[in-house]
Design a protein around this ligand. Sequence first.
Ligand code: PLP
Length: 402
Amino acid sequence: MAISVNHQVQPEKWLIAPHVIRLETSIIREILKISSQPGVISFAGGLPAPELFPLEDLKRICGEVIEKYGPAGFQYALSRGVPVFVKLLAERATVSGCPTEPENVLVTAGAQQAIELVARAFIDPGDYVIVENPTYVGALQAFNYYQARYVPIEMDKEGMRVEQVETSIRKYNPKLIYTVSNFQNPTGITMSEERRQALVDVAVKYNIPLVDDNPYREIRFAGTPATQLKAIGGDAVIELHTFSKTVAPGLRIGWINGPKPILSQFEKVKQCTDLHTNSFSQYVIYEFVKQGLMDPQIEKIKANYLEKRNTMLHSLEKYFPAGVTWTNPEGGLFLWLELPKGISAKEMLPRAIERGVAYVYGSPFFAGGGGENTMRLGFSNPSVSDIVEGVKRLGTLLKEKV
Ligand SMILES: Cc1ncc(COP(=O)(O)O)c(C=O)c1O
């Protein structure tokens, strides 16, 4: 006879670690939940355009992977990644200007896991991390878990104000410098060439790892390509990559390109986390790249996002009141807006959702506080016609406020 003891169980009293209780759920994920109501046009996510997922190719390749690699696609695999895939990643990085060997590579479950591994490997409670202000909120969440403290560095249109970095290093002795150098999330800003060189110089001078979270580099639809920090800094730079923005985020494949001794440390950490990254997904992306599908895929994405960015810029000009400014990104997924001082983008969000449009307010991206009058608009996911309509709805609301 089964005995039910359920009435005695009180999981709410179990002793969850205090630093986990203190963690906040991702604000973006919360906003995504609210904004996925029917009728709401959402600029909130950093979601790729679903119409660009290469579904037919992926369908065919999934079958081919099963035929070609058999059980290997479903077996436990090496923590570093499936060797043929690792080799391919190293070759592609080398061709892109960053000499890389397979021993420099660790395949991860997206760039988010790569950030997490970096945080786990480097951060003890109370350690300082230099970040851009604002910066990617998912990185702050990962660093927060390990109880990092922040040295937020101001940004302007050339990216992080690198001249502030050296004094900050002297003062706080940080463990890491974290940057999103290309088409930054959330601002869409790309670091200038001079700043890149200066940032590498300062990282090398003080021997502090420079983490370049680089998910958007390939999605450049205007302007001239920037030199990669990794190409300038070599082993001074830990570069994080992902296939989420080029193939599909659901496959959860990213990778780290870093110095060999550090990669061995990451490998141990990776083993504690999940043993290894999904082998089937690695074979699928391997075949996708090998079959020459990657470059045409990126071209399709660039054309689509360029049109969407242009539509958003034109609509902002047309429907937004004076006093609001925005960035003009040459790639990536996001545009960043500053509203007149005194308007809180957070307070305005419920009203915007009532009017059928959603965005992410900017304050959570600021490790140093502030940014109440800022917001991020993602242009990759909505259709062109929804971009026009959504910006119109938001502009109408804003005109009532200014
Ligand atoms: C700067 C940055 N890093 C990392 C990620 C996470 O990407 P992934 O899907 O590869 O985990 C994102 C996703 O939006 C991002 O913008």
